[in-house]
Design a protein around this ligand. Sequence first.
Ligand code: NDP
Length: 333
Amino acid sequence: KTILITGASGFVATHVVKAFLERGYQVRGTVRSEQTAVNVRKNFLEYSDRLSFAIVEDIAQPGAFDEAVQGVDGIIHTASPFQFVVVDQEKDLLQPAIRGTTSILQAALGQPQITRIVITSSFAAVANLSKGLWPEHTYVEDDWNPITYEEAKVADGVSAYCASKAFAERAAWDLLEKEKPHFSLATICPPMIYGPVEHHVQDMNKLNTSAADIYRLINGSTQEVPPTGFPAWADVRDVAEAHLRAFEVDQAANERFLITSGSYSYDDVCDVLRTAFPEIKDKIPMGQVGTSQPAVYKVSNQKAKSMLGMEFRSLESSMKDTVKSLLELETRL
Ligand code: NDP
């Protein structure tokens, strides 16, 4: 079977591509340019006979995926802008996220052999940011980010990004409701995703947003442990596995999944890293030992465990692998 994986050059998609290749699928990745295809291919030399590419320069363009979807049996849609610093909330975040999602689903309507589409949504589409850390709440799959489009257009970058994920996912479910297509849908909603950085990175200043979130804690640029904006996380390898299972498991049809190991704080991260990497411990900010951390919401992973049979990595093992990969990358670049 051939699976189309969009945004194949990304941090998350690299692990998704790997998971599907390891499982024996043919993978067609979408990338923006031939050069990017060359870079991605280097990561998967042992699978080169089962990996091909389709160029999609901009997912926001009408009909962007019309060619890429031809003949594929399933789609994993990961491509979406993930940046918190943008010039124009609507043009840089909302429109590409929403249009990319609707155009891939529209294109899939004309491909009767497609059985399932898995969309990389986000906890950003689930969280109600106006409630802050909402300690008494446990987020479940029925929760939705309630921001309006008008609010999102003028919101700060973080809120606009979260809105872009919420509107994109809503657009997918709305289309399903309206078109009653021949394929089923599943959406994957992880909070902050960490873990080994394996995609092609040009320079350490151009890391993907969630890897940069950890890199700032080990590169000497952060003096004090920052407040934890989204106190829940997942490892990218677990997220990739969840995409694979959401594609394969019958029961996952038309379901939404929170994918998370659970809560964490940057204090926890710094503690793990100072012990695991003594050679750089002076660059890692020190939390206030003994002070209690603020109470925060919980994010349930029950559905992912029971329906997808997921198990989740520990923060300690994920952080060690994240930083090992970042230090290797730093040495190489
Ligand atoms: P990356 O920035 O590493 O990957 C994003 C991918 O999308 C890249 O391949 C990028 O291509 C592509 N892309 C973005 N905009 C466009 C566009 N307009 N046209 C064509 N391609 C585009 O981020 P992640 O891997 O972290 O994110 C992947 C997905 O996971 C996103 O949907 C994100 O919302 C979601 N997610 C990520 C989380 C995290 O913590 N990392 C948490 C929850 C969800 P290029 O690099 O060439 O621009």
